[in-house]
Design a protein around this ligand. Sequence first.
Ligand code: HSE
Length: 414
Amino acid sequence: MKIAVLGYGVVGSGVVEVLAKNRQSIEKKAGCPMEVAYILDRKDLTDALSAGKQVRDFSVILGDPQVDMVVEAMGGITPAYDYVKAALEAGKNVVTSNKELVAAKGAQLLALAKEKNINFLFEASVGGGIPIIHPLHQCLGANQISEIAGILNGTTNFILTKMIREGMSFTQALALAQQLGYAEADPTADVEGLDACRKICILASLAFGSHLYPDGVYTQGITKITPEDVQYAENAGCVIKLVGRAAKGADGKVQAMVSPALLHRDSQLAGIDDVFNGILVRGDATGDVVFYGRGAGKLPTASAVVADIIDAARASGTIDTLQWEDSDGNNLAPVSQYPVTAYLRWAYTGKGEAEAFVTQALGPCQQLRRPGQPEGEWAFLTTQPLTEAELEQGIQQLEKQGFEMLSLIRQLDY
Ligand code: HSE
């Protein structure tokens, strides 16, 4: 099997390294010899593993009929999408770690692979080294999946862990994440929740059978979380995590959201700290299954890519359990209908009892405390589920009564 690797960054170089290091056992599992024939990258490659393999022109790879496997590790949509599409059209299997590409074009590229009776595989696009795509369509294939919830972004989980354990501010923790090389130079996609959104969309598309496009999914990042919120959450026995979730409603539509969330300390997701990821899958036969491991990094991600290379090498045609339909966006339920319980922090110095106003607007609430709580700062946890629309109405009512909302963090009970 002749392999071409597109992009020799963290993931691409990791793939070449793992293929070289574990070559014998990988070839045995794949059932054929493997050779990295080309590495596409613009920068000059100088290491021993890439020697003699570098090309700068994708058409060299496309035009070589002996290349039957393309590993796309460039990231982004352009030019990755054009290269992947062209490779599939030319009958070459494609393995990618590119979550942005799969979340945007997955249905289309899966259909193209099926038409050509080859494979488009993307285990590494969600959860790094954690097997999650394969289990969802193979090992859990007997189940109706009702819900998936995950800590899907290592950078934000690291930041929140530092805020919780060491009392750091968001800015301090982000600076440390950048210093340690976890966060991107431009960490927007991480901290604003877009990366987690792409990943939950891929999982939901696979679990529920129709493409969930990230653009339609309500997404809130962690930039507004403060040490005060962390303290109030602690008073409620909770930690704050960035959670991507998707559930199938009774009407068959998907309810999906990415947002910071209070999770009770006993939750199976609450103990997933630092750069680790955790994904909970709720099946009707299995109950909850939790996948845990390194969600990012060179070798964990390369491990998932190489596992896909082995699967594609062994497959005799398209693996047809890994498929979903395209959609027009109508598969997503409107956020206003979602059930919600929430933590809310307010500034209120007006006359009258704050708790009475809040209870009137949002129903029964638990008041929370924190050390050093200043006068005029109030925090409550709603204790009776509302819909998102009712929550919004309650907030508007309180704002009219002189409350200034400082924080809103949803509470989840996984
Ligand atoms: N930026 C991502 C994260 C990398 O922090 O999880 C892995 O997808």
